[in-house]
Design a protein around this ligand. Structure first.
Ligand code: PHE
Ligand code: CO
Length: 285
């Protein structure tokens, strides 16, 4: 995740390699931590059945990580076979360029530490539960897996062009908080939602937030909230739409958007394809 590194980071960055990876050291997780994982997993598993897209649910069921904190070295052969991605263990949030380099090489960074029990409902930084439960099942989808790699390649370019802020909004409104229109109604594929007990029902059921059709340039000029539920969600039709819309070279898009005032997170614009117009401001999560 990019764009959130303002405060002091919580992980142990003292023993990492130059690419910020560490060993997972799975045997060091305590029995209490495994028990907390099981509780987190149980709560989310009952919610995703109703609110997550089929692609997520199918992989989650096939893999079944309900029993203990997963071992990356046990998942990696399966992920390699499915989409040629690999998980790498990291101490926490990474510098933008390091993060992009990993994604561009089909390596997904997963934080090694688990939140404290007091953070059962809410955590500020991504931990292993967010990174693993939210992101890893989607990496088994071939089109989505290719999208994330392309995003990483685009990130390296955006870094050189000074356009990371615009590109980070795309990650936020798709990979972290994206919705998808399915024959069974609107569902989510966004990891920030999938790992959240509160936002899973909220993003689908609440009348408060806007739900607006995916629009690449619109998203890249829309600010977002990092400490409340989202005020606007963007809805894709399928993962192919996401991949195809983001395939062109973004350089002219950045030139077009640079210097423009970004839209507020709650804005609804004349050109928006509105699935639902929110009725009220969102209160804190
Ligand atoms: N096509 C984008 C570019 O040229 C890269 C990209 C792909 C960005 C997918 C985001 C998602 O910058
Ligand atoms: Co994330």
């Amino acid at each position: 995740m990019t764009g959130e590194t303002a405060h002091k980071l919580r992980g142990d960055y003292s023993r990492m390699r130059p690419d910020y990876t560490v060993d997972q050291e799975w045997s060091r997780y305590s029995e209490d931590e495994h028990a907390l994982w099981r509780r987190l997993y149980q709560r989310q598993a009952s919610l995703v059945a109703k609110y997550a897209c089929d692609e997520f649910n199918q992989t989650l069921q096939a893999l079944d990580f309900s029993g203990a904190i997963p071992r990356f070295d046990a998942v990696n052969p399966k992920l390699r076979a499915a989409t040629d991605w690999q998980l790498v263990a990291v101490p926490g949030l990474l510098p933008d360029l390091t993060f992009f380099e990993h994604l561009a090489h089909r390596r997904f960074p997963v934080t090694v530490w688990l939140r404290n029990p007091e953070e059962f409902d809410y955590i500020v930084e991504p931990d292993i539960f967010h990174d693993f439960f939210g992101h890893v099942p989607m990496l088994f989808n071939p089109v989505f897996a290719d999208y994330i790699q392309a995003y990483g390649q685009g990130g390296i370019k955006a870094h050189a062009l000074g356009a990371i802020e615009m590109l980070a909004r795309l990650y936020w409104y798709t990979v972290e908080f994206g919705l998808i229109d399915t024959p069974r109604g609107i569902r989510t594929y966004g990891a920030g939602i999938l790992s959240s007990g509160g936002e899973l029902p909220y993003c689908i059921e609440s009348p408060n937030p806007n739900r607006i059709g995916f629009d690449l340039l619109r998203i890249m000029q829309t600010r977002y909230k990092i400490d409340t539920y989202q005020e606007t969600y963007f809805v894709i039709r399928d993962f192919r739409q996401l991949f195809d819309a983001t395939a062109p070279d973004f350089t002219p898009y950045y030139d077009q958007l640079r210097g423009r005032e970004p839209y507020a997170p709650s804005a609804v614009l004349a050109g928006d394809r509105v699935y639902h117009r929110g009725i009220a401001p969102v209160r804190a999560a």
